[in-house]
Design a protein around this ligand. Sequence first.
Ligand SMILES: Nc1ncnc2c1ncn2[C@@H]1O[C@H](COP(=O)(O)OP(=O)(O)OP(=O)(O)O)[C@@H](O)[C@H]1O
Length: 286
Amino acid sequence: MTVTVSATGLTLRYGGTRALDDVSLTLGTGVTGLLGPNGAGKTTLLRVLATAVPADRGSFTVLGHDPGSAAGRQELRRRLGYLPQNPGFHPDFSAFEFVDYVAILKEMTDRGARHREVRRVLEAVDLSDVRGRRMKRLSGGMRQRVALAAALVGDPGFLVLDEPTVGLDPEQRVRFRELIAQAGEGRTVLLSTHQTEDVAMLCQRVVVLAGGRVRFEGTPAELTARAAGRVWSSAERDPGARAGWRTGTGMFRNVGDPPEGADLLEPTLEDGYLLTLGDGEREAVA
Ligand SMILES: Nc1ncnc2c1ncn2[C@@H]1O[C@H](COP(=O)(O)OP(=O)(O)OP(=O)(O)O)[C@@H](O)[C@H]1O
């Protein structure tokens, strides 16, 4: 993997809360998923990497740019696309006006070139037909796509997406996956999500964060492999299971340390994720 983003010892406190606690990681081109329970520090990490908030300690570089200096920060921001958790929309802006507004903030001063770029990114997210429609009249899924289009303005090398698929219906979610996969070709994309399925379907790499610390960094297959031999079927909930539930077949699916001779099942990425978290943390999983 050619490293494009590298972070060392990132630490950030909010009062008594350590939102990030000595986080080190590396990213390469392609899509990396960031998983973690509520309050794990995902949004904080994305905000730090997007230079929206400085870390108390630690350092990082993005595409060779070090935000430690004003010049490095500016270069980094020029190469960055950021879709925050709650992008603020002016409800009366049209989709075109919203993306154009972001393009102006991204220093695109030539009106003609800027408008061509706005049309290009709206086309990329399949919204050319509704570009004149007011934001307040777009569906939630369309609004998310407008926000993605805005993040894609200027062809950024590093794309940071904070829970981009939240609130989307299954069809929109799949459509969004297509767009993110396309965006990940030749770019570094880091997206946070609570959907282990998004990670299994989309990501080449995955980072698990809990309590502000990195608990896992690797491929989705490696995270899934953590649950190999640790998922089994039984007629009743196995008391030794860390998690267990009756599935649609009527049988229980148990995750944990199986008894002798258990009827083992194929693990999923979600199983590997659950086993990576501690007991208290697992309860916090959304
Ligand atoms: N501005 C802030 N002021 C005080 N505490 C904060 C602030 N932002 C985050 N925190 C705290 O830092 C910790 C990490 O929060 P963060 O939002 O990064 O987690 P998250 O993994 O994104 O959670 P979620 O999945 O719920 O969005 C939490 O304990 C949170 O309450």
